[in-house]
Each structure stands twice: as C-alpha cells, then as structure tokens.
Design a protein around this ligand. Structure first.
Ligand code: ADP
Ligand code: MG
Length: 319
C-alpha cells in the first residue's frame, strides 16, 4: 500500500466544519466570529513516551488525548487537528486499530482530522490541535493571585505507578496494575471542565509532567508560591483505597508522577461554590489541595501543621 492509499483508507474523513479538510495542499479553517484560535502540538516517540508493546488503539487515543488536554488547560473547545506520522512500515492491522482509537476520541470531542503528513521512519506520532476560545477568555498560567485556592481535577499518580511496575521497580496486585495501566494508556482529557472554568479560574495548566512541575509553571508565570496540604494530596491516587501504597511511592507518584492529564488551577475563595457546581455539572471530581502564597516556593503541610519544602523533581527530558 502506498502513502496516498494509506491516508485515504485510514485517515481521510469527509470535512465537517473545515472549509477544506484532508486532500489538498492546505486545510482551510474559518474561525467563528469572536473566537480566538488556541494551538498546541504534542509528539509521542516510541521508547520515550510509550512502550513498543502498547495496544495501537490506546496509542491512537493517547496521542490525541494529550493534545486535547492542552486545549482543556486553556479553556478552549477542540475543533480540529493535524496528524504527522512516521511509520517503520505499513502494518494494516496496526493502522486500523490506531485510527479507531484516534477517531473514537476525535468524534467524542467533535474534533476533526483536517490534514497531516505521513513518512517512513522510526515510529513517531505528532499531533497539532486547534481549538477556539472567545476573545480574551483563554485561561493562562500567569493569572494566579496570592490567596487563591489551588485545585486539581480527577486523580493523580496512578499512571506513574503503572510505569514503575512496567519498569520492574515495584510489584502491584493485578487489579491495581490494570487500573493504573488504564490511567497510563487511556488518559481522559478534561475538556468539559476546562471550558466551564472560564471566568472562574485565575490560572490553569494540565498535569503532564507531574503536579509540582506543572504547578511550578503557574507559580513562575504568576510570580508566586504555594502551600499544599499533604493529607489532601495523599487522597488523590485512584488506586489508594484499594491497597496500601507505601507512603514514599504515593507521594512521589502524586507530586512528580506525570502522564496524568488532569487540570491544576487556581481560583479565589469566593468562587468555591461556583467551582463545586461547575465540576459536578461536568461529572469531574475536583480537590482543593492548597493555596497560593506570596513566598515564592512550594511547601507541604502535614496534618499536624508541620511545614516541609517540596523536593520531588518533575519530569524533564533533558535533565
Ligand atoms: P504535501 O505533499 O503537499 O505535503 P501530502 O502528500 O503529504 O501533501 O499529503 C496529502 C494530503 O493528505 C494533505 O492534505 C495532507 O494534509 C494529508 N495527510 C497526509 N498525511 C496525513 C495523515 N497522517 N493524517 C491526515 N491527513 C494526512
Ligand atoms: Mg507531505
């Protein structure tokens, strides 16, 4: 099968909202009046971001999910994406499963594939996603204010737990491993929540490299620090009620795990009620984990009120 037959068969779908979709030199897109475009790219490299044994359907899902998560973090509605694929060979079964995982999530978010590039080479999947947000309403990293509450959506740490189990660093009961593995392989981007936080959240980021790292981006951009509650943090792992995770692993995974694709955001205490009802309307749990401080560091407070510095590093490809 040649390059063009491959594109036609696995990736071409009729254009929906695009003026021109897959098939011409460029896709053509007309943003709706009063909207700004939000654009982001994320690449998945075999051996770096996923294991060669991963189910291609999950890989298709995850490649788009990590991109949708960036749109969620800005409060943008997903609209369209471009897919650049480098493939070692044409494997029809693999392509069929990959495209099914990809399109299932794309359809669920009404986000259409409008173009891309296909080449032969080491397995590498790069997606550029485009969303729309009303002019001036994007939620940025730079808006956190001293005294703001800090929240995270959903659960943190389970994806890292699965990764450590894959690496043989710890052994997990089978049911915990399966749960953690699904968090690693099929993350759920929080787009509905992200959009509903417009006008409520002062600052937001998605948790892709670990809570401390991604919250750290908000703190740096906002010129502030944070105080986090250890009891609140240790309740965040989804698998936590099901087994006794060693405390050291629990904190390491929650604070610097990565691959969570949850949202971390700040909001004034006056918005608590509105936040709770926005989150419950979306069916997404949110947890209040601390507050923004003027002192530019991150400190952890335990149940006795003892304060310690937060020292878990976030993931850095070049560190
Ligand atoms: P060009 O040669 O102009 O770069 P290509 O021949 O690479 O264009 O691609 C032909 C058409 O197929 C273009 O519309 C391009 O956007 C689209 N396309 C290529 N690869 C993919 C892909 N993996 N997924 C979706 N569309 C793709
Ligand atoms: Mg090309």
């Amino acid at each position: 099968m040649g390059e063009f037959e491959l594109i036609e068969r696995f990736f071409k779908r009729p254009a929906r909202n695009a003026v021109v979709g897959v098939g011409d030199d460029c896709a053509i897109w007309a943003p709706q009046p009063g909207q700004q475009l939000a654009l982001s790219s994320d690449m998945l490299v075999e051996g770096r971001h996923f294991l060669s044994t991963v189910n291609p359907r999950h890989l298709g899902h995850k490649a788009l999910a990590v991109n949708l998560s960036d749109l969620a973090a800005c409060g943008a509605v997903p609209r369209a994406f471009l897919l650049s694929l480098s493939l070692p060979r044409v494997d029809e079964d693999w392509l069929s499963d990959f495209s099914q995982g990809l399109f299932a999530l794309a359809v669920a978010h009404d986000c259409e594939l409008i173009g891309g590039d296909t080449t032969q080479g080491p397995l590498n999947i790069s997606i550029t996603v485009m969303g729309e947000v009303p002019v001036g309403q994007a939620i940025l990293r730079s808006g956190a204010q001293v005294g703001d509450d800090i929240y995270v959506s959903g659960h943190l740490g389970d994806a890292r737990l699965a990764l450590e189990a894959f690496r043989g660093h710890l052994s997990l009961p089978q049911n915990i491993f399966e749960l953690a593995r699904s968090r690693l392989e099929s993350p759920t981007p929080r787009n509905t929540l992200g959009v509903s936080l417009r006008g409520l959240a002062h600052a937001m980021a998605d948790v892709s490299d670990g809570l401390l790292g991604d919250l750290g981006h908000i703190l740096k951009a906002s010129g502030a620090g944070a105080v986090l509650s250890l009891p609140a943090l240790s309740g965040l792992m989804m698998s936590r009620p099901l087994w006794t995770c060693p405390q050291e692993w629990l904190l390491r995974c929650v604070l610097s795990g990565g691959d969570d694709y949850e949202l971390v955001f700040t909001a004034p205490a006056s918005s608590r009620q509105a936040l709770e009802s926005a989150a419950s309307d979306c069916g997404t749990q949110i947890t209040h984990i601390g507050h923004i401080s003027a002192e530019p560091s991150v400190r952890l407070v335990d149940e006795k009120g003892t304060v310690q510095p937060a020292t878990y590093p976030s993931f850095d490809h070049f560190a």
